[in-house]
Write a new protein. Structure first.
Length: 763
């Protein structure tokens, strides 16, 4: 039987894709298999942006598994093959082709990079009937390989089409007025976020010491841009710092839309001509970028795949605000080009996603995407009368999304990082809409936002201005300007108590830096008076809709904080960690949630695993720790705190459906320095059970007792039920620092009632 002919889908005139694994619709037509050699637990997973190959364990150094794609690869005018995939650093990969003349080795063994990579190989002279991908691994850990696409290229044609052509000189003649033509007192086009009167107050506020320190950091960030011509980033796709969907030749770049906003704002405040000139050049680069998405995969012929309108939205927001601030520096031709670009490259794409996907109205994306619809829409309605009503519809979509996103207890299911980022994205648009329509802000806010201080306090860490890592949180610091905006809206709530600490910029390593925490929105809307920050963790709190319980008690001067996590049904940006608990002692995280990593780090795919959280898991036949199922029914921890004692419990049967008849976790703490973790339930068949604990410090094991010693205190872990105990450094936490996992293992059983004790001692 003849092999099927694989498609040849054009990326550009010099490159094409014949195996679009990243596209969930086109992937269905491909014929492939994934077979073990020494690996155990081999399986494939259809993900929204790739095809994932999993194994649970393997013989180190030995052939692990083979992936086979069957089909005829047409040669056309191409001369080499391109394999785009993500391979962990511990995995090696080799490509082989089955041709009409027999097997043909395409590559030698290549080590994975831990990030997206492209491996190229000459196209064999014989016709290809099947492509094989061979894997081996340097350790026995579970691994995930992600296949994006296999394709073809013509090197000479590629060299020709990649030659850069700058449409204008760096002066952008005909589009930017020369500085000597700029007015002495420039006026805003609309005053979307602030006007000349507000600017005077902002300048006065930024002279105060705390605000001045924040602004100095922003100014240093802006002046870095003077060292390099922004035109170097002009191309087909918007510059971006996340490498998940970038081509190998597209080195991760600064998030130009955010850098330009910082530059433009500093220029306006300082009345700085060189920075203003840089900002309008950055604006022109964005306007002249062909596509406001980040790579050709979103423009692949015959594909409907996209990564949603994140970069079109962020670009449209930056273009709208910069045009408002620097309208006087632009020619009429530039304004006409900007308006058309805002629609064609930005708003039209956002409108598609808002109409196509219902789910965006129920998570962070919908309210976020509406920001550009409001800001750019306000700019357009001044010049395009037929846009009348567009902004009002966009704002109603934003409000609908926020009312879905925020639950009655004020929280969200996505963790504090996404909550704060969503607020930074949405609230400036709320301010702008209220300003433009002359409507009082309090009438525009979603009803549940006024309860969000409960969520913020419950998810706060003991260190002021820092937070727990539950969910897809990848920074303990405030991830955006949102705390400052909320402090403006709710001056009598907890936000002002941590506003000063939240003013600090994010570290360079923070994944959120490319999205939020510019300082711009904080400087515009934040309150002038910032008291010294202090802790806001409540003594006891339960969030009945989000599913979090937290407790803070003291042993003399020593603080002991325990957090217990569940989730609402079908939660978004959540991990397989229901029943997870974390412990802070004297403000130091000791039994931790790792959070998550940058999404372009291959290790991020494993961070959701149950065994990397402080939970109980069954052990599979291969020795691998089983993961919880997705949460289809709410798991809401219940509990009470009475003086020094604490009790909390959660029914975890839902996430172990199909594996257990029942599962229950109860935490009993008669005093703050003593905890009993009681795990009980009934397995569907006898299995070993594993109790996991994660710590940023190594454990010490003595028989079946483990000790965790940190600065000023020690935790002793005892479990009479444990048949064996082990610990090892395994993977990392959000900041790439190593984490040690302690695992207590039981004998096989079907019914279980396990009690594990934790005892604290202080120096």
């Amino acid at each position: 039987m003849n092999s099927p002919s694989l498609p040849v889908l054009s990326l550009n005139p010099a490159e094409a894709v014949f195996a679009p694994f990243h596209d969930e619709w086109l992937r269905r037509a491909l014929v492939y298999s994934f077979e073990p050699v020494t690996a155990r637990g081999c399986r494939t997973e259809d993900f929204w942006c790739d095809l994932r190959l999993h194994w649970d364990s393997v013989e180190p150094g030995q052939p692990a598994a083979v992936f086979r794609l069957t089909g005829n690869v047409r040669r056309e005018h191409y001369d080499h093959l391109i394999f785009c995939l993500v391979v962990p650093a511990e995995v090696e990969v080799r490509f082989v082709a089955e041709t009409t003349e027999g097997p043909c080795a395409l590559t030698e063994w290549r080590s994975g990079s831990g990030q997206r990579m492209e491996i190229t190989a000459p196209l064999p002279k014989a016709e290809i009937r099947q492509v094989e991908v061979h894997f081996r691994c340097t350790n026995d850990h579970p691994q995930i390989v992600a296949l994006h696409w296999f394709g073809l290229g013509n090197q000479q044609m590629l060299t020709d089409i990649l030659r850069p052509i700058l449409p204008y000189g760096h002066e952008w003649n005909g589009l930017i007025q020369f500085p000597d033509e700029w007015p002495e007192s420039p006026a805003f086009d609309l005053g979307l976020l602030f006007d000349a009167v507000d600017l005077a107050g902002i300048r006065e506020k930024l002279q105060q010491p705390d605000w001045a320190a924040c602004f100095q950091d922003m100014e240093a960030r802006a002046r870095q841009g003077l060292l390099e011509a922004p035109e170097r980033w002009l191309g087909e796709f918007i510059p971006w710092s996340d490498s998940r969907y970038l081509r190998a030749r597209e080195t991760p770049a600064p998030a130009l839309f955010n850098e330009a906003l910082v530059t433009g704002f500093v220029a306006i405040v300082r009345r700085d001509v060189p920075l203003a000139w840089l900002a309008v050049r950055q604006l022109m680069v964005m306007v002249h970028t062909t596509h406001w998405c980040v790579s050709g995969e979103e423009r692949l012929r015959g594909s409907t795949w996209d990564q949603r309108c994140f970069t079109p939205e962020m670009t449209a927001t930056a273009v709208a605000l910069l045009t408002d601030w620097f309208a006087w520096a632009l020619t009429p031709a530039a304004h006409e080009l900007i308006r058309q670009s805002l629609w064609d490259k930005g708003l039209a794409v956002i409108e598609r996603d808002m109409m196509k996907f219902e789910y965006v109205y129920h998570i962070n994306q919908g309210p976020w995407f509406c920001r550009a619809r409001v800001l750019a829409g306000l700019l357009l309605e001044k010049h395009w009368p037929r846009t009348n009503g567009y902004v009002d519809r966009a704002f109603e979509d934003m409000r609908e999304g926020l009312n879905h996103y925020l639950m009655p207890d004020g929280g969200t299911d996505e963790g504090i990082g996404y909550f704060l980022g969503t607020m930074e994205s949405a609230l400036p648009a709320v301010f702008a809409y209220g300003k433009a329509r002359g409507v009082e802000m309090s009438t525009l806010l979603p009803e549940n936002l006024k309860h969000s201080e409960n969520f913020l306090r419950t998810l706060s860490a003991m260190r002021p201005g820092h937070f727990l890592l539950d969910g897809d949180n990848s920074d303990t610091a405030a991830t955006s300007d949102a705390v400052l905006l909320l402090a403006r809206l709710f001056p009598d709530q907890c936000y002002r108590k941590i506003a000063l600490a939240s003013l600090a910029p994010l570290a360079e390593r923070s994944y959120y830096r490319q999205y939020w925490k510019l300082g711009v929105y904080g400087c515009i809307f934040g309150p002038a008076d910032l008291p010294e920050s202090r802790g806001i963790v409540p003594d006891f709190s339960m969030l009945p809709h989000v599913g979090h319980l937290t407790s803070l008690r003291f042993v003399g001067k020593h603080s002991v904080r325990l957090h217990f996590a569940g989730a609402k049904a079908n939660a978004s940006h959540t991990h397989l960690d229901k029943g997870n608990f974390t412990l802070e002692v004297n403000g130091t995280p000791c039994l931790v949630d790792r959070g998550t990593l940058r999404y372009d780090d291959s290790r991020v795919n494993g961070m959701v695993r149950s065994s990397l959280h402080n939970v109980l898991t069954p052990v599979g036949d291969t020795g691998a720790f089983w993961d919880q199922a997705s949460i289809s029914e709410s798991i809401i921890p219940q509990g009470r705190q009475n003086g020094a004692s604490l009790e909390a419990e959660a029914d975890l049967s839902n996430v172990w459906r199909g594996v257990m008849h029942s599962c229950h976790r109860k935490i009993v703490s008669p005093k703050p320095d003593q905890f009993f973790i009681k795990d009980s339930g009934l397995l569907r068949e006898p299995r070993r059970l594993a109790f996991h604990l994660q710590s940023p410090a190594p454990f010490r094991i003595d028989g079946t007792v483990a000790y965790l010693t940190m600065d000023g205190f020690r935790v002793t872990i005892r479990a009479e039920w444990a048949e064996s105990i082990r610990h090892a450094e395994e993977s990392v936490e959000w900041n790439l620092r190593p984490v040690w996992r302690l695992t207590l293992l039981s004998s096989p059983r079907d019914e279980f009632n396990l009690v594990t004790s934790l005892e604290l001692e202080f120096d």
